[in-house]
Design a protein around this ligand. Structure first.
Ligand code: ADP
Length: 348
């Protein structure tokens, strides 16, 4: 029911009441076999009609006010951003459509605002992280250049050393930009995965070859298990899976023990192949494990940043495995080593 004109409705109702009162009094007079006395009867009808008009009008305004109050309260709570509490919102049992629509509208806006706030926090954190990551190499490069300009350039003992160090910092920045670019492409869906059958064991050998020198510098042995040349066929995008292996083996070497061992193992699990990449290095404390796949998350900020790397390697790995609709897990304990394991669909 809609009350666009409360006065009109109150007038109609009070006239009906007045007419009913007058006819009841006339009926009563006739019942007692008396001629109706018109003046008092009409007077009583007008007075009762008038009182009814005031009461009905007041009641209607009260009723409408209650409804508007609920609507207003919804909008107000949305504006001040207070947490939505359904219990708190006073509701009458006969909420009409308008109130329901406003509630739904408010609910939608609330969800939208929450998402926008989350995005804003994410954006702020991301910019903070990127500038933080860039600050160290930029200041390092500036330091080396200033020292060279101050005269070190004439010293054949240190000039090449400083230039090499500056170049290392440039490489670090290139790494970061490349990883950010990769993550961005992965997330925006530009890089679609092209599924095909391929030999995962061969891919691991290629990655080992790529990282051989790095491992040798730390006296780390790279092992594949089973060591036979037998192919391990899987379904996936070989380019993306190569990136996963590079990041995992690279981390295993980076955070591995000097003179230790990095091993890649394959397990046959019905329709899947489980691949494990393990090291016997510094390990990851239990409380950090749930967070290591987050962008820029590092366990020991200073130590791991020193080891180089963008802090995005595992975020990229997780993204690629998610894209393959597979899972990745970590087992690790501090100073004992870490094992990263991921699944892939078995190929032919
Ligand atoms: P980073 O470029 O810092 O290596 P990642 O995303 O690859 O970034 O890894 C995130 C963090 O997880 C690292 O900073 C490190 O603290 C921890 N981590 C990753 N792999 C290992 C590992 N094999 N052993 C110990 N810690 C690891």
């Amino acid at each position: 029911m809609r009350f666009e004109r409360p006065e009109k409705l109150a007038t109609v109702l009070s006239v009906i009441i007045a007419v009913m009162v007058i006819s009841a009094m006339v009926q009563l007079s006739l019942w007692y076999k008396q001629t109706p006395v018109w003046y008092p009867i009409l007077g009583a009808g007008i007075i009762i009609g008038g009182i009814s008009f005031i009461l009905i009008r007041f009641g209607l305004y009260q009723f409408i006010y209650e409804k508007v109050k609920v609507i207003y309260k919804n909008i107000h709570e949305l504006k001040v951003g207070s947490e939505y509490d359904e219990e708190q919102v006073a509701r009458t049992s006969d909420l009409d459509m308008v109130e329901q629509e406003v509630s739904e509208w408010a609910e939608e806006r609330r969800a939208e605002i929450k998402e926008l706030k989350e995005r804003e926090t994410f954006r702020r954190e991301f910019i903070g992280n990127v500038s933080h990551e860039l600050k160290t190499p930029i200041f390092n490069i500036q330091g080396y250049i200033l020292t060279l300009l101050d005269g070190a350039i004439e010293d054949p003992e240190i000039n090449v050393k400083y230039l090499k160090r500056a170049n290392k910092s440039v490489e670090r920045m290139i790494n970061l930009v490349q990883d950010m670019d990769m993550l961005n492409k992965l997330e925006s869906g530009v890089l679609e995965i092209k599924m095909q059958n391929f030999n995962l064991a061969q891919l691991v050998r290629d990655v080992f070859e790529m990282l051989e020198e790095k491992a040798r510098n730390k006296n780390i042995i790279l092992k594949i298990n089973p060591p036979s040349e037998k192919p391990v066929m899987v379904v996936g995008d070989p380019g993306r899976i190569e990136q996963v292996l590079i990041n995992l083996v690279n981390n295993a070497i980076k955070y591995g023990k000097k003179g230790g061992k990095v091993e890649v193992r394959f397990y046959d699990m019905d329709d899947k192949i489980l691949t494990e990449v393990s090291d016997d290095g510094i390990g990851i404390p239990e409380e950090d494990i749930p967070r290591i796949f987050e962008r820029f998350y590092r366990v020991d900020k200073s130590r791991t940043r020193e080891a180089g790397g963008s802090g995005l390697g595992l975020a990229i790995v997780k993204h690629i495995i998610d894209q393959h609709k597979q899972t990745i897990n970590v087992r690790s304990s501090a100073n004992m080593g870490s094992t990263f394991s991921f699944t892939l669909k078995k190929g032919k």
